[in-house]
Design a protein. Sequence first.
Length: 107
Amino acid sequence: MALPAVTVETFEQEVLQADTPVLVEFTAEWCAPCRQLKPILVELQQEWAGRIRIVEFDVDQDPKFALKYRIFGVPTLLLFVDGKVRERVTGLRPKGQLVKKFGKYLK
C-alpha cells in the first residue's frame, strides 16, 4: 500500500484546507531512509485513518516548492493543522517517536 501523493497543484486543497491534520512526508525516490520510513507511515496511516491524513510530496517534482517549507533534507515530516505547520521531524525515526510526536494531534 502506498501513501497518497500531493503535488504543487493539489497541496493547498489537500493539505492547507484539510478538515483533519495532515502529515506530509517530503520524500524522493533516490532516498534510502525515505524507503525505510514508508512502511512505518503506511502502518500509521491505517491506524490513524480518519484522524490524521498522511500524504507524500516528492521534492524532485518542485525543489523550489519544498524550499518554501524549509525542506533541506529528506525525509522530512511536517504536520499541518488548520493550514499551519505545527510539528517538524527530519530524518528516519522509529514508529514510537513518531506516535509520541504526532499522536497528540489525533482528532
